[in-house]
Design a protein. Sequence first.
Length: 440
Amino acid sequence: MNSTTKSPTNSNQAYYKCIQTLFSLGRFGIKPGLETIRHLLEKLGSPEKKIKSVHIAGTNGKGSTASSIASILSASGIKTGLFTSPHLIRFNERISINGEHISDSEVVEFYEKVKQADTGERPATFFEYATAMAFCFFAENGVEYAVIETGMGGRLDATNTITPCASIITTISKDHESFLGNTISSIASDKSGIIKTGVPVITGVRNREALKVIENEAEGSNSFLLKIDTDFSLIRSPDSSYYYKGNNNDFIGNIEIRLNGDHQIDNTALCIAACNILKDQRITKNSIRNGLKLVSWPGRLEYVSKNPFIILDGAHNPEATEKLCTYLKTMHRDKPVLFIIGMMKDKDHTQSLKPIAGLNPRIIITESKSLRAEKAEELGSFLKESFGITSTVIPDLPEAIKKGLSTKNPEEIICITGSLYIVGEAKAFFNNTDFQTAPN
């Protein structure tokens, strides 16, 4: 690396000043479009063209699928980059190589490089900076494959400047409707914008309306399309392990899924199909098994305590909360649940809270530090008016957690959910670490 050695104090000061500046870019909001990021990358020497990549879009399951693919590639002896969003506690989580996050000094170094290139007609946004920093970091560190998760949507997402070896669309459901449209077809059209000419596409989408859009986009791009259940699947064995079955007699047995939730079966199937598409001889059945045993994806059905049971899950849309509640009913059958919930203003509160209300739980309403956060008082009133549920309203998350712990009964499961922002702040509380408030 080119960063100079500094005293710890100066280094920390430079890092925190850099983070503060980066996060301040969030006040300019989200500006879909590729002109600015293309300008940045061209000025930086087109680092995205120096690495092979796998590109992932979808409403839910992007991060789990991305981290699983990266874990398999790393277990195969391949130097692998991973770019995801948002972070939970620290910005550095977004950019990693073989499971190791970018260091504080490297964040400063690559921010400065991107800043020098930010000379376009419009100043780059936070996410454009983060994307350009990741591509530069990967290219300069000799990453062979980078697994890239879209930030939002696909067609105009800043990551959609790459030509990957494989494109993946996990699921399609309603979310970010003010940007992506309010119909399944419009959302599918935006996310299928990551499909590139001649690049294989793998999808876990089952919704017929959305799948038709993806099929048309793939056909128009002359892209080979692999569909879950039709071309590949992951099936539970009697011994509770899994086996993968794909076209061309592809078969892998004795697969263990480390991540919690039945929805991870589909995500795992997608990541194995993608790894097979890469046709890299270093990726073997054993490295696939080993990579899946090592994968970690915090903040999604994550247990931070089992005495008492405390689960963190970043469910923030109807599909995700439905999966969360299904998991709780399956794994903690008949156990009462205390939910500590904080949501964003722009989410579908009615449909997201409906599965939770169906559990007849005790609820504490709180809010994150994000400017996009719904005020706890407002969300508490909405819950009462819509579902007849009276909640305890405690805007300060640490105080909400302390209240939950002090009032829970011995049988109660605590589930902290509603957004990844809430989950990140909760993780920082339990880890007793500083929390970097994500930009809006």
